[in-house]
Design a protein around this ligand. Structure first.
Ligand SMILES: Nc1ncnc2c1ncn2[C@@H]1O[C@H](COP(=O)(O)OP(=O)(O)OP(=O)(O)O)[C@@H](O)[C@H]1O
Length: 699
């Protein structure tokens, strides 16, 4: 039996063989230089008419141009085979059966029609032959009709088996695709996710993953390409049947005329269909309006915003903003509908077609072999060919768009997180037993889309085991510096931790050795246990570890007071359940109580021996004075060895409370994105500069 790896091997061999022949021919000449899947996806989004260089919005249909057809060919040759090989390897037998069943099932309608025609003819012969008896009719029912019934039962059994098999294959494909999509998202870091092109890539990749949940949103998954094979088989089988009925060559031209006239309106619609000039479908302005309309609508529904909506009387503003955004959306929809209405689209071909389809019937009636059954069969086959051709075109159109969404999915899997070092530069983080040492030289950082840097030429040194308080006015860059030190965002300049540039650490490895509380920490709409345990997922199931962290954050009293203790589900502002379900165990918390839980979460990891750096951004801003002192003592205790009392972890504390900052070994004052004063509290007071003024003002 072949294993998963063997199947992939077979597919890969077939893939390379096919690539080197057929697809190379259709994709030549290649895009210069050799393009990655990402480049091809990006090329398909460019709109030459857009002079501002704005690409298509995510999900917009690609125009049916020669260039896009060529790009689709390249995508099929570069990622479709691998993609299908992966899906096939999930369920090789069931997937093969699904393909086989689809082909077999598509011949059923023609076969059914033929069989019905035979029965009608036999019945006609029985009635018109002159020796009709009821006994012969009963015999006919017991043999030919019964045979047809048995055939139908078999057909329906096969149909239900095929449907169940297909559900299994699609479900496993859906799971695999959705998992891969989620994986693509979670493995990327903030700088990568902030890149507008990557955002669009992930949005299209999301659409691709959703296409596996049925063809909603006008999407179609690659598994639905089976429909193309089935429809083509169905058309061929019907055409063969029609040809066998019409007999001599003399009728072929009527047949061709009939099929051509039936498909002509579809071809016309297809060629002038506005979806193929899709760059006009969703302009950035329309997308922004649709987004705004949704956001404002959600604002009206979101109970967490209710107090401010009432306090500031936002009702009218919400209505006005929603109305203006909604009008843009409706106008664009109307314009699109108007574009679709044209002289051609207004033409109704159905009567004309109906008349044309009667011509062969009349001609068939002239022939001696014409029978009621053959006429019925001819008529139903022609109808089936028309319907199947329409579906074939519609499916083909959606498949064409699906190819580009597939390229987004494949490209998203290959996107490299921007903070990930190159293999050859990678170094393992070595924690320092006395706490991490940090050297910052000329650090600067500018938020994406901003012209002014939030950090400019930041320089400081933190020795192993020291505590550093970072203070400064609002907007001076303290939290931004924290993000740089925590390797959440990238920077210019040098940042050396434990003697090695932070750029050489795998961010995941680096994060294993530090713990932090962000100023805007997360509030998870989950149990108390999860809210704390997420600080160290490996110990989430350990009640003792969670209780110890809660104790360190002085939050036992809080947890005990909650109706369901650790199992209480915490209400979070702005959270809206998709199902509208509100758990009974839900309970709200005060700002200070949330802060204690965020500290407990950080303490889950902070006490681990491999952690040598702790960073707290305004950890006690919502706590009362007593609680503040207790928490600062806890942080000090955690950062020392319980046996010797010597420091084992360095601590960075961002705070506006200068009474806390003065206790640190060093204080850094930040102004306008840079450190302007650095030293011990006493040194800075002696200097009598901005820090001393700030400190005196805080007293
Ligand atoms: N996501 C962001 N995008 C763009 N600019 C930002 C972003 N976050 C912060 N800034 C800007 O960067 C500058 C520094 O912000 P930062 O949050 O680091 O200040 P801070 O010293 O922590 O302020 P505070 O004491 O109020 O917490 C500010 O001018 C702010 O407007």
């Amino acid at each position: 039996m072949l294993g998963r790896g063997d199947h992939e091997g077979v597919w890969r061999t077939m893939h390379s063989a096919l690539k080197s022949t057929f697809f190379q021919r259709i994709t030549k000449p290649p895009l210069a230089p050799p393009a990655s899947t990402y480049d091809i996806w990006a090329a398909s989004r460019t709109v030459p008419e857009n002079t501002d260089g704005e690409p298509l919005v995510p999900g917009a249909h690609r125009a049916f141009t020669l260039l896009n057809i060529r790009l689709a060919g390249i995508i099929i040759s570069t990622c479709a085979f691998d993609f299908f090989a992966t899906l096939w390897s999930l369920n090789p037998v069931k997937t093969s059966l699904m393909i086989m069943f689809n082909v077999v099932r598509s011949v059923f309608p023609a076969f059914r029609g033929y069989s019905q025609a035979l029965i009608i003819d036999q019945l006609q012969q029985l009635v018109t032959s002159g020796d009709f008896t009821w006994a012969r009719l009963v015999h006919f029912l017991m043999t030919d009709v019964a045979r047809e019934i048995v055939r139908r039962i078999f057909e329906s059994m096969l149909e239900s088996f095929a449907a169940a098999n297909e559900t299994t294959v699609i479900d496993s494909a859906k799971f695999a695709v959705e998992y891969a999509q989620l994986e693509s998202r979670v493995r990327l870091d903030i700088p990568t996710l902030q890149d507008p092109d990557i955002r669009d890539l992930l949005a299209e990749s999301d659409l691709f993953a959703r296409s596996f949940s049925g063809s909603g949103f006008g999407l179609i998954s690659p598994l639905d390409c089976m429909q193309l094979i089935s429809l083509a088989t169905e058309i061929i089988s019907h055409v063969l049947l029609i040809l066998s009925l019409t007999g001599g060559l003399a009728h072929y031209w009527v047949l061709l005329l009939s099929i051509f006239s039936a498909t002509l309106p579809m071809l016309v619609t297809w060629i002038r269909c506005p979806e193929f000039h899709a760059e006009s479908l969703y302009t950035p302005r329309e997308t922004r309006a649709a987004d705004r309309q949704e956001k404002v609508r959600n604002l009206a529904y979101d109970e967490s915003h209710r107090p401010e909506i009432e306090l500031f009387g936002l009702g009218r503003w919400i209505l006005k903003t929603w109305a203006s955004a909604r009008r843009v959306v409706l106008d664009s929809e109307r314009n699109r509908q108007n574009q679709e209405f044209s002289v051609l689209s207004g033409l109704n071909f159905s009567d004309f077609l109906f008349a044309l389809q009667n011509i062969p019937l009349v001609l068939l009636l002239q022939t001696s072999s014409a029978s009621l059954g053959s006429l019925t069969l001819y008529r139903s086959s022609i109808q089936s060919v028309i319907l199947a051709s329409q579906s074939l075109l519609a499916t083909g159109r959606l498949m064409f768009q699906g190819v580009f969404l597939m390229s987004a999915f494949c490209a998203a899997k290959e996107v490299k997180p921007k903070l990930q070092p190159l293999e050859e530069d990678l170094l393992c983080y070595q924690p320092c037993p006395n706490g991490a040492s940090i050297q910052a030289r000329g650090l600067s950082y500018t938020y994406p889309g901003c012209s002014e840097p939030a950090l400019k030429n930041v320089n400081f040194t933190l020795q192993s085991g020291e505590t550093l308080a970072i203070v400064g006015h609002n907007g001076s860059g303290k939290s931004t510096l924290a993000k740089v030190l925590l390797r959440i965002v990238d920077y210019h300049g040098d940042l050396i931790v434990n003697g090695v540039s932070v750029r050489r650490y795998d961010p995941e490895d680096y994060h294993q050795h530090l713990s932090a509380v962000f100023q805007t920490f997360s509030k998870y709409n989950s149990t108390v246990r999860e809210n704390v345990g997420l600080g160290r997922v490996e110990k989430m199931s350990s009640r003792a570890s969670i209780e110890a962290a809660i104790k360190l954050a002085e939050a036992e009293g809080l947890v005990d007071s909650l109706p369901y203790g650790l199992r209480t589900i915490l209400e979070t502002p702005g959270f809206m359940s998709y199902s509208g379900y509100t758990p009974a165990r839900q309970h709200g918390l005060s700002g200070g109580e949330w802060q204690r839980l965020s500290l407990a979460r950080a303490f889950m990891r902070a006490s681990e021996p491999q952690v040598d750096l702790l960073l707290f951004d305004e950890p006690t801003s919502s706590l009362d004075a007593l609680a503040q002192n207790q928490i600062m003592q806890t942080i000090d205790r955690i950062s020392r060895s319980s046996a010797t009392g010597a420091r084992t972890k360095s601590v960075l504390l961002i705070t506006h409370r200068l009474s806390l900052a003065r206790k640190a070994d060093r204080v850094a004052l930040m102004e306008h994105g840079t450190i302007t004063e650095f030293g011990s509290h006493e040194e800075l007071m002696e200097r009598d500069g901005a820090y001393a003024a700030l400190y005196r003002a805080s007293l």
